[in-house]
Write a protein that binds this ligand. Structure first.
Ligand code: DLL
Length: 446
């Protein structure tokens, strides 16, 4: 994008210049863009206008960035209620592409992308790739699904903008994915972490060794929660560097935030996407460092602009400056969505806590599924975990010891008793896209 008050910075890749802006320069830029966004939404989105009128706020009342708290929030339910195009701010002649996200229930939501929006989005992806040292000498295999889901096309356009050679395999057909990865000397793969683990398993079955047979150096993983423990496991077994990329359809797609080589949180491309952390109960903004719900305002989007969109994702803004020298703020790894929280016997449990516990035990494979049920008044939590075929044929005593070790590692984190069951390899569900790791029979039985 060209609208930054910095023209050159020696030694910095031009696409990354905004990542190093002075905080004061960034705040000034954000305020200018926020004022414009509020005006556009007020003038063109009837729902926002109505809500601002109800609160007695006019666009002119936004004089500082802190004034954002005067503005109403937007939520996924608004996009559903206004389905399909009620929140669109641009004429349809300017919309070049729709994307949709379905969620678990009801109608999908529709997001309109103008040419400008695709450029903003691709800029976020290209800057994510640049942050990871990926560029024109890289071959990028995009194994996220292409279509209404933003993963495939997002990485595709951003990869091309970055100058990579893109291999658009989309999801599925694992044998072909591995064959092309090896034969074309792919250096970067972009897919969900769970699909990459599936590729690792299938490669192992075929006698393919990532270090020996592949040129793969980086994984651009996102679209679902995953843990640092999972990252370490992937890196240790394949020798690649695993990066975290975050985003959502409503705000553009992948490339809203991305991890750098320090792997201490994800830098938000805050010249495009203004982040806030709020207390989901009081809706009050929280100071840096405190965990809460992530809220975004899209500072540059014109098709379906979002003002204070509540993502439901739980994180915090990491205080302080990153060792990589980037000044754009960081959010912590998105380990949970408030919607994913399980309440077990009154205790809040997130699937990522279970993953962190089980990944700390050797021999536990990264394939698990969580089952929740209720007997009478008591909630039961069971975790089924795959182990290798060699392990499953161990004597009963060793298996029982392993089972207990895993249960203890998880219980140490979540503080409630659970049932752990070891199962054979390949017996739990796999997914080409986002993997659902929880079956809550309490909801199904309702
Ligand atoms: O998942 C966009 C995307 C595609 C991001 C490819 C990264 C890579 P949606 O389908 O709208 O968009 O789902 C958005 O997925 O609110 C988070 O809950 C979750 N999510 C996305 N990235 C991450 C991540 C895409 N890196 C929802 N870590 C978001 C944890 C993530 N959760």
């Amino acid at each position: 994008m060209s609208n930054f008050p910095i023209d050159t910075m020696s030694g910095v890749d031009p696409v990354s210049i905004p990542d190093f802006m002075s905080p004061e320069g960034m705040r000034a830029l954000q305020l200018t863009k926020l004022k414009k966004l509020v005006k556009t939404c007020y003038e063109r989105v009837p729902l926002t206008r109505r809500r601002m009128d109800e609160k007695g706020v006019k666009p002119e009342d936004i004089k500082t960035l802190e004034d954002i708290k005067l503005l109403p929030f937007m939520m996924k339910t608004d996009l559903r209620d206004e389905y399909p195009l009620g929140l669109t701010a641009a004429p349809m002649s300017e919309v070049v592409r729709f994307h949709c996200s379905s969620g678990t229930t009801g109608k999908p939501i529709v997001i309109c992308n103008t040419k400008n929006d695709i450029e903003v989005w691709s800029d976020g992806v290209a800057r994510s790739l640049a942050m990871d040292g990926i560029g024109k000498d890289d071959i990028l295999q995009v194994s996220y699904g292409y279509g209404l889901f933003t993963g495939g096309l997002g990485l595709h356009y951003g990869g091309e903008l970055r100058g990579c050679t893109v291999l658009p395999t989309s999801g599925g057909n694992t044998d072909r994915q591995l064959m092309l990865m090896r034969d074309l000397g792919v250096t970067v793969i972009a897919c969900t972490p769970s699909y990459f683990i599936h590729l690792m398993d299938e490669a192992q079955k075929k006698g393919i060794d990532f270090r020996r047979d592949m040129k793969l150096k980086h994984g651009i993983f996102g679209a679902e929660p995953w843990t640092d423990e999972m990252r370490e496991r992937i890196e240790c077994e394949t020798g690649i560097e695993a990066h975290d990329i975050y985003g959502l359809t409503e705000i553009s797609g992948p490339g809203v935030a991305s991890s750098c080589g320090c792997h201490e949180g994800l830098h938000v491309f805050e010249d495009h996407f203004y982040p806030e952390i709020i207390d989901p109960d009081t809706l009050e903004p929280l100071p840096d460092g405190e965990w809460g719900e992530l809220v975004f305002s899209t500072l540059d989007r014109t098709g379906t602009p979002m003002l204070r969109y509540r993502t439901r994702d739980i994180t915090r803004i990491i205080p302080g400056v990153c060792k990589c020298g980037r000044t754009i703020r960081r959010i912590d790894r998105i380990s949970a969505r408030s919607d994913d929280m399980l309440i077990i016997r009154g205790v809040n449990v997130f699937p990522s806590q279970i993953e962190a516990g089980l990944m700390s035990v050797d021999k536990a494979l990264p394939h698990y599924h969580i089952y929740v049920d209720r007997e009478g008044d008591l909630d039961n939590l069971e975790v089924k975990i795959e182990v290798t075929s060699e392990t499953i044929s161990d004597d009963i005593k060793s298996l029982e010891l392993l089972r207990r070790n895993i249960a203890a590692a998880i219980q140490k984190i979540i503080n409630i008793s659970i049932k752990v069951t070891l199962v054979e390899p390949n017996s739990l569900p796999r997914s080409e896209g986002k993997l659902n790791r929880v079956t809550d029979y309490r909801k199904i039985k309702k």
